[in-house]
Design a protein around this ligand. Structure first.
Ligand SMILES: Cc1ncc(COP(=O)(O)O)c(C=O)c1O
Length: 397
């Protein structure tokens, strides 16, 4: 007996391979500096934790509406209105167990055999596999450092076919941290308006932007665009709530209700306690969010300056998220007496085993030549990690 053919279409998340090896080394007591993490290193804000404790004491421990409690969906609707200038009724919003589930269910709702999904690369690792699981086809569009790893209108036009059903935008981006300006989004929106496909706008890093960068929610660009956009967002990154598993999608009611159907036959509602805590996160003081944002900005500045001062490394200076995506190709085709570096995976393994620094190879995101370095870690570790990388690179000839 075998697993289904569907499973052979997808791989284990490659980010997890390096992370698993790093964890194993840590469990053996080795001092690994971990730049591979994709989650905030801050604890959840105290007011949010207290709200969860209250919810348990008040017996908010039963099933909620499959789509999420009215209170949380109202809080999300108010957030979208106040922060993004968008009007959504609670029927046009669904709460799920993380943004990942919202993305998965949106793709399941829209994609079937032969449908195409345009995905700019570097992309977040799960998008192509989610498309495969829905029997769709990913159309990967490679972008370059020169355009800030953003898809250009010309590239988008070229990628459109009669089968195009979705364009996925990740803004701010994981893994590059780059953000689309209003002008860039408007140019994309013009093409979307002229064609017949949807946009999934993954805005999970919305609140982590630097240097007063104006984050623009894609759906807010016009009424026409709003009708073609499913905005996916969540609390994991903005509120340091990765373990609570709360995300949401907002979009046209027929799509949200399709997602609702799928969710009703898989996980049902997101955790009732987490939903109660999320209401407090959205409605309570946002000071903690700003504290984290400022801290990430300082770390980005430090890590960016430190990396580009290393000979042979170039790096796009990102406007958001908590990742840098430096280019290491100048160190490819070099060796020590034991290691030879041909690809980003070799380099990630070399750094892990030689100087105990965990990173994620660019190949995991569909972009060879790069490593993703997360700075959701202490300044102390950033300093030590960069020194180790410098030392390891200096030994490659
Ligand atoms: C771009 C992007 N989208 C979605 C997610 C999923 O977040 P969650 O399911 O924790 O809400 C992540 C998490 O790493 C992410 O980086």
């Amino acid at each position: 007996m075998h697993v289904s053919k569907r499973i052979n279409k997808i791989g284990v998340s490659p980010t997890m391979k390096v992370a698993a090896e790093a964890k194993l080394m840590q469990s053996r007591g080795e001092s690994v500096i971990d730049f591979s993490v994709g989650e905030p290193d801050f604890p959840t804000p105290p007011n949010v934790k207290e709200a969860a404790v209250r919810a348990i004491a008040n017996n908010q421990t039963r099933y909620t509406l499959n789509q999420g409690t009215i209170e949380l969906r109202t809080a999300i609707s108010n957030k979208l209105n106040k922060e993004n200038g968008l009007e959504y009724s609670t029927d046009e919003i669904i709460v799920s167990a993380g943004a990942k589930q919202s993305l998965y269910n949106t793709i399941q709702s829209l994609i079937y055999v032969d449908d195409e999904v345009i995905i700019p690369a570097p992309y977040w690792v799960s998008y192509p596999d989610m498309v495969s699981l829905a029997h769709g086809q990913s159309v990967i569009v490679p972008t370059t450092e020169e355009t800030g790893f953003k898809i250009t209108p010309e590239q988008l036009k070229k990628a459109i076919t009669p089968y195009t059903k979705i364009l996925i935008l990740c803004n701010p981006s994981n893994p590059t941290g780059s953000c689309y300006t209003r002008k860039e989004l408007e140019a994309i929106a013009k093409i979307v308006e002229e064609n017949n496909f949807y946009v999934i706008s993954d805005e999970i890093y919305e609140k982590i932007v630097f240097d007063n960068f104006e984050f623009v929610c894609f759906a807010s660009l016009s009424d026409k665009i709003k009708k073609k956009t499913i905005t996916v967002n969540g609390l994991s990154k903005s509120y340091a709530m990765t373990g609570w598993r709360v995300g949401y999608a907002a979009g046209p009611e027929n799509i949200i209700q399709a997602i609702n159907k799928i969710q009703s036959h898989s996980t049902s509602n997101a955790s009732s306690v987490s939903q109660a805590a999320s209401i407090e996160a959205l409605k309570g003081s946002q000071d903690y969010v700003e504290m984290m944002r400022k801290e990430y900005e300082q770390r980005r500045n430090f890590l960016y300056d430190a990396l580009i001062s290393i000979k042979g490394i170039t790096c796009y200076k990102p406007e958001g998220a908590f990742f840098l995506f430096p280019n290491f190709t100048n160190y490819f085709h070099k060796s020590t007496h034991v290691f030879r570096i041909e690809h980003s995976f070799d380099l990630a393994m070399y750094l892990l085993h030689h100087v105990k620094v965990a990173t994620v190879p660019g190949s995991a995101f569909g972009a060879e030549g790069y490593l993703r370095l997360s700075y959701a870690t202490s300044m102390e570790d950033l300093k030590e990690g960069v020194e180790r990388i410098k030392e390891a690179l200096a030994q490659l000839h």
